[in-house]
Design a protein around this ligand. Sequence first.
Ligand code: ATP
Ligand code: MG
Length: 324
Amino acid sequence: MARVLTGIQSSGRPHLGNILGAIVPAIELIKQNKEESFIFIADLHSLTSSKNGELRKENTLAVAAAWLAFGLDIDKTVFYRQSRRPEVAELTWYLSCFTPFPMLANAHSFKDKSERLADVNAGLFTYPVLMASDILLYSADLVPVGKDQMQHLEMTRDIASTFNRIMEEEILTIPEARIDEVVKTIPGTDGQKMSKSYNNYIDIFLPEKQLKKNVNSIITDSTPLEEPKDPDTCNVYKLYSLIATEEQTQEMRGKYQGGNYGYGHAKKEFMELILDKYSKERELFNYYMEHPEEVEKKLSAGEEKAKSVGEPILEKIRTKLGFR
Ligand code: ATP
Ligand code: MG
């Protein structure tokens, strides 16, 4: 069976886009998989956007808690922090030297982020090489990611093929992306891609009062209450339909088209659905946030296992490159 690997940055709190785009599909895949899967917290990647160490630690815990709250099976998973396996930084340097500059310059995610973020650093530019190292260091075959990461996965495949071709040996495993086509890209409160670093996200783990504020921040148009509304252009409806049943979605659709149904009503229903649907996960998340020592134990065990897999692969690369 294939080795599954995926990661989430600790650049902010884990959000609905991460959950629907990455956590839930990966956990499903791990359930069906016989081989051990690799799930990591991309804290090195998070340095591209966030420089606050205390906050990173807190976010790292929150991302870990989110995976555990959604039922990640630790016995079938190597669960670890990216930074605790520094081999990945070494591999990033090697692979950088096999990565054509124009390929990175054409990355959508870099273009998008460099337009939106004030801090456009070289790490943001070489982000896809670090991601390639994450995947190739552990010879992963399958990488479940959201649609926004498709191009980065293509780059990983390109870098690995180039490396193998130049080295005249199949040293690196060429991974496959696994994209959940139903989920696609989850929109944020402003209709753009929901992102930790854009501050446009829905955080389903917030206490009720703050969650209400969060849901209320979803941007809507100014159609008056009495008038019918177009569900297909509404951010609230889009988000609601992603977690609601078919029946609930149709019902809300009818209300939008009927008139006398305001965005405030839709937001309230969305919030109630979050509280109802994710009640167990919210409780577990809080539990892990309050018991960081338990999370630490699980991660440390994963970091030892990750080393035992990554180190021999890296040693082979070092030897091939003449560093041994
Ligand atoms: P950042 O803003 O720092 O890039 P992010 O919110 O985009 O953070 P990542 O850590 O980059 O989150 O991505 C983690 C996983 O979540 C990836 O598999 C990514 O494809 C998925 N993901 C992120 N945002 C979305 C989204 N809006 N819709 C679907 N999947 C998403
Ligand atoms: Mg991202």
